[in-house]
Design a protein around this ligand. Structure first.
Ligand code: NDP
Ligand code: ZN
Length: 206
């Protein structure tokens, strides 16, 4: 990082510059990571998609947008809260902290905590959480992790809907997009499950 000037500069109060700086920071931190899909897509595609999802739904404030771009940096890289504070300010750092799971806990406990914590999140953190879930269910439906069964994909979608219940009342259009994607995804998985029952060929579950 030391040889990359600009990545750790303090906030400039220029939203476009801060957005680009956050994108470059997250790309750098996630540089060795891939999504779990068949294509092993670059990890940075996911936080960028989450931020784009917010912007498409009229959420153009810097704090949630930067929060979305940076949302997995503490959880999935060695980035610290203090670094985010220095580089992007307290408000952005707090949003990322709010949506960060405690990785010392088991996966089951973490998933339950997300459900319990959702209603207590700030508006900006709820926006990031909803955008994250929209992007993840889209991935689970269209480019799922390798080897996930239909049942596991459905379990995942249903768990996100429990987290979503605690985030509602934040942005109607964003929530409607989530509902539409969830519904069509569940229908799609139902169809592929039925097809598999009728034709038990593992290759048929595309
Ligand atoms: P994981 O938490 O292990 O994996 C999902 C997470 O991986 C996402 O939240 C996302 O997090 C990240 N991710 C990376 N790439 C992708 C991608 N292409 N598509 C979607 N997400 C991606 O999931 P779980 O272990 O929780 O499994 C989901 C459900 O399945 C759970 O409810 C669990 O109980 C159940 N389960 C079922 C099993 C079965 O065989 N039936 C076995 C194990 C669990 P991020 O945004 O942080 O990147
Ligand atoms: Zn995420």
């Amino acid at each position: 990082m030391q040889d990359k000037p600009g990545l750790e500069d303090a906030p400039m109060n220029n939203p476009v510059l801060d957005l680009l700086r956050a994108a470059r920071f997250a790309a750098d931190r996630h540089r060795d990571q891939r999504r779990k899909d068949e294509a092993a897509s670059p990890y940075i595609n996911h936080p960028l998609a989450a931020a784009e999802t917010l912007a498409r739904h009229g959420e153009l404030q810097v704090v949630p947008l930067l929060g979305a771009i940076l949302h997995d940096t503490i959880e999935d890289t060695d980035t610290t809260l203090d670094e985010l504070r220095k580089a992007f300010g307290e408000a952005v750092a707090q949003v990322v902290a709010e949506v960060t799971d405690d990785r010392t806990l088991t996966k089951e406990v973490r998933k339950q905590k997300q459900v319990e914590k959702a209603p207590t999140l700030s508006r900006a953190a709820k926006l990031v959480k909803i955008a994250d879930k929209i992007c993840n269910i889209t991935d689970v439906i269209h480019s799922p992790p390798r080897k996930w069964s239909t049942e596991r994909r459905r379990d995942y979608l249903l768990w996100t809907s429990r987290v979503m219940d605690g985030c509602r009342g934040t942005n109607e259009a964003l929530e409607a997009t989530y509902d539409r994607i969830l519904q069509s995804g569940l229908e799609r998985l139902e169809e592929s499950g039925l097809q598999r029952l009728e034709n038990p060929n593992p290759d048929s579950d595309s």
